[in-house]
Design a protein around this ligand. Structure first.
Ligand code: GTP
Ligand code: MG
Length: 206
């Protein structure tokens, strides 16, 4: 018999923040640069292995476009977990995430485990070749000059400028609201498995 526990999980968040991409990365370890908007919702499943048990996630990936908002309660009703996604390059998407969290805390299962995920972190990170935070602070001017891409301002050179939501700010909000917190990239895979693993650890064994 299949001893794995089923866990119903819903993804919510503003349109185009990357909900479907986060799920695609988790379920298939793939990324599609031009993913089409979700209509209504999509349903996917994926197992998640912990040291002592296996969970089977039943995932409802909802549509972020405003015209679909009224459908959301059908998907978060009875959900044991929710991932509320925002885009670190779009401040308004964190505000939208906060309204989803409020709605969940009012209307969903009172024991629901909620994770907040700041996605598209790849767009705000320096390129892998540039100096890490480990380098000594007194070399910062030279380090920047040495690693910046010469010529046109490329994506790497813009880097941190694209960030509209400081990590500290979102993390402080998450802590205050009692949420798990992650910064993620569906594109590179950073932080994606962690969301689902950390949620799994918080789902009570029954
Ligand atoms: P709706 O279904 O309309 O609510 O959108 P969604 O939240 O499911 O967003 P979706 O996954 O469709 O992604 C929207 C766009 O952002 C697509 O072009 C994705 O390829 C892109 N995208 C998603 N995640 C990332 C990421 O981590 N990094 C980058 N650079 N782009 C991403
Ligand atoms: Mg989608």
């Amino acid at each position: 018999a299949d001893r794995s526990v089923q866990v119903k999980l819903v993804l919510l968040g503003e349109a185009a923040v990357g909900k479907s991409s986060v799920v695609l990365r988790f379920v298939s370890n793939e990324f599609q640069p031009n993913k089409e908007p979700t209509i209504g919702a999509a349903f996917l499943t994926q197992k998640c292995r912990l040291e002592d048990r296996v969970l089977r996630y039943e995932i409802w990936d909802t549509a972020g476009q405003e015209r679909f908002h009224s459908l959301a309660p059908m998907y978060y009703r009875n959900a044991q977990a929710a991932v509320v996604v925002y885009d670190v390059t779009k401040a308004s998407s964190l505000e939208k995430a906060k309204t989803w969290v409020k709605e969940l805390q009012r209307q969903a299962n009172p024991n629901i485990v909620i994770a907040l995920a700041g996605n598209k972190i790849d767009l705000v990170q320096p390129s892998p070749s540039s100096s890490s935070s480990i380098s000594s602070p007194d070399t910062e001017d030279e380090a920047d000059d040495a690693t910046a891409t010469p010529g046109e301002s490329g994506a790497e050179a813009e880097g941190e400028n694209l960030r509209q939501v400081p990590r500290d700010e979102a993390e402080a909000y998450a802590q205050e609201a009692g949420l798990l917190f992650f910064e993620t990239s569906a594109k590179t895979g950073e932080g994606i498995v962690e969301i689902f693993t950390e949620i799994a650890k918080k789902i009570p064994i029954d």
